[in-house]
Structure formats: C-alpha cells, structure tokens
Design a protein around this ligand. Sequence first.
Ligand SMILES: [Ca+2]
Length: 188
Amino acid sequence: MKPQQVHSTRVHMVGLSVMLTLMALVTSWIAGKYSISSAQGGSSIALQPVVSGFANPVFITHAGDGSNRLFVVERGGVIKIIQNGQVLATPFLDIRDRVKVFGEAGLLSVAFPPNYAASGVFYVYYNHIDQNLAPPPAGEINDGYDTVVARFRVTANPNVADPASEERILLRNQPFTNQQWWADRVWT
Ligand SMILES: [Ca+2]
C-alpha cells in the first residue's frame, strides 16, 4: 500500500469514528427526550415541540412588528403563520403557482424589513418554474430553476399577503438544481 493510500485510509477511519461518535451522541440526546444536562449538573436545557404538521419547512422568522407572530416557510411555496401557539388555517402567502420544487429548489426564505409594520412590504426568495425566466449568461448552462427575489405586500388583513402584488427585484439564471442557498448572502 502506498503512503498516500495509508494516509487516506487513516483519514477515512478517523472520519468514520467521528461520525459514529456523533451518531451515538445524537441517539443518546433523542433518548433523553430532547433534554441536555451539563456534566456539572448545574444547568440544563430542553427542547419542547410547540407546533407541528408543516410540509417541508425550511425557514422561520418574525416580522419585527411586535405582533408576536412567527412565519414558517414551506418549500412548496407557502408561508404560514404561528400565532398564539396555533398555525393559522389560511396561509400568509401562497405562491405555489410559480414556485418550482426540484432538487434543492423551492420557496426558500422570507425577510421583513425594519419598517415592515409601516410599509407592509416584505421579500421572498424562490426558484421559478420557468427555467428561461433569466437566460444564462455566455458560457453558463441553464439546467436550474431561475432565482427570484421579489417584493410582496400584505393586504388589509395583516395575516394575509397578496400573491398578485409581486414585484421582482432580482432575477438570476440558475445553472444547477442544487446549491440554491447563495441568496442567504443577499439578506445580510
Ligand atoms: Ca435560466
């Protein structure tokens, strides 16, 4: 066996050992009913389910408007509201008619600007069903579903946004159906 192969084998063995250790820790953690205690026994934290029943949730945030609502993004194209511990039956936003769910594509994020309470506008990031919405630049392939960052407006009902209010503010060709998360950097 060549030295490089020995080194590679050792690296893989170390990696496997680390992975098995992590799996054991995770299993132990789950068995502890989501609770973790410090080795000194002086403090502990615990996770407790609040609501459930979401389909492929990928992001959660608040609007910064003091309403104490949480907004959960479902990758299929829906944003739902958690209010007073309940998931509201009517989605905040439903744009399934234009969101492509494929690979890592879908409705992936929402952001509320600091003046949301006054402006009623917010921003979403999704992949569009039309691969030709943004033509590829020279030399770039066109296999992915194009990225849209769009502005929407809430209606007179603060718990329902208008899907027809969309204003696209950024279009980008997506060469691939994976690695869609670069737009997280747009938000920050
Ligand atoms: Ca494209």
